[in-house]
Ligand binder design. Structure first.
Ligand SMILES: [Fe+2]
Ligand SMILES: [Fe+2]
Length: 346
């Protein structure tokens, strides 16, 4: 077995984050304003619909050997990235559940169920990596990863979005491969339909939790933060996926078209709980994201160039500033008030 941890140790803004938060504030949270809905969601979690879903079948036998070297490389990267994201969700939910167990039992139970789901997802991905002779050293990751501290409300925005975007990403791939079975390069995609329902339920949980803490989604500050998180999540995904467009090509997907679909759907979904969402149909929206893609391309090229550090900084500076400028312009583009948002299909 070759540990993949070394490759993952190279962190960047685009690698999945490991989070920690104010456990005291979480424990003290009053759920009463939306207690009935949270109880109903917890009851769904208890049913554990996917208890018997993640069982590897014969279709995995020999599947890894069928991939050509290029596809294999991008697919393994996809597995690594996904496994790390799922695992980071597991760690956060597990820790939350453990720390608030005695003082906020309902919330703790919900987090425990979600940790169960994420552990299952991460484990299933890790087994698929095993088919390629790789294994993520999850213990090593836990011990060496830097944890980013977020206030509870920021955890809500970030995890809500990552669950909902995860749902749309998985379901979009699943539906595409149903239409195009020849592009199903690995049997793991057969599991995506039920899998994404887990992510959808997790997202609904955070939706209900934010409604139990209405201050998180009301008022001027909340509007600014929701815009910020929507933009950060969308821009990060777009830049990363365009850089990895070979993976999407292997599935018969165009990375840009795929991302535009996922962004539109996630934005639309977010309008159910966020006070504002982004105007992703603005004619300049993707134009600006494309400029960020180009700046990042130039930054990567500068990193790889054989130059002295001061020269590198000089080369990179305009691209850093360019990214700040484009993100600023995107951030200050007028958002859409959620109560006025009228997507074609709801
Ligand atoms: Fe998951
Ligand atoms: Fe999840």
């Amino acid at each position: 077995m070759v540990p993949a941890s070394a490759a993952l140790a190279k962190e960047s803004i685009l690698t999945p984050r490991f989070y920690t938060t104010d456990f005291e504030a979480m424990a003290a949270m009053d759920l009463q304003p939306n207690g009935a809905e949270l109880e109903a969601i917890c009851e769904e979690f208890r049913k554990d619909y996917n208890r018997h879903h993640f069982v590897r079948d014969q279709s995995f036998e020999g599947a890894a050997e069928k991939l050509d070297p290029d596809t294999r490389k991008v697919f393994v990267e996809f597995l690594e990235q996904s496994c790390t994201s799922e695992f980071s969700g597991f760690l956060l939910y597990k820790e939350l559940s453990r720390r608030i167990k005695n003082r906020n039992p309902l919330l703790a139970e919900c987090f425990a169920h979600m940790a169960r789901d994420e552990a299952r997802h991460a484990g299933f991905l890790n087994k698929a990596m095993g088919d390629f002779g790789l294994q993520l050293d999850l213990g090593f990751l836990t011990a060496t990863k830097a944890y980013t501290y977020f206030q509870p409300k920021f955890i809500f925005y970030a995890t809500y979005l990552s669950e909902k975007i995860g749902y749309w990403r998985y379901i979009a791939i699943y539906r595409h491969l149903q239409q195009n079975p020849d592009s199903k390069i690995f049997p793991i995609f057969n599991f995506f339909e039920n899998w994404c329902q887990d992510e959808n339920r997790h997202g609904d949980f955070f939706d209900a939790l934010m409604k139990a803490q209405p201050a998180t989604v009301r008022g001027f500050q909340a509007k600014l933060w929701c815009r910020f998180f929507l933009l950060a999540v969308f821009a990060t995904m777009y830049v990363r996926d365009v850089a990895r467009k070979d993976f999407y090509e292997a599935l018969g997907l165009d990375a840009r078209e795929y991302d535009k679909y996922v962004i539109a759907k996630t934005n639309e979904t977010s309008a159910r709980v966020f006070p504002v969402v982004l105007n992703v149909d603005h004619p300049r929206f993707y134009e600006r994201l494309e400029r960020i893609v180009q700046h990042n391309h130039a930054l990567d090229a500068a990193d790889q160039a054989n130059a002295l550090l001061p020269l590198k900084v000089v080369t990179k500076l305009p691209h850093w500033l360019g990214n700040v400028w484009e993100m600023g312009r995107l951030f200050f583009t007028a958002p859409i008030a959620s109560n006025q948002f009228q997507p074609a299909i709801r």
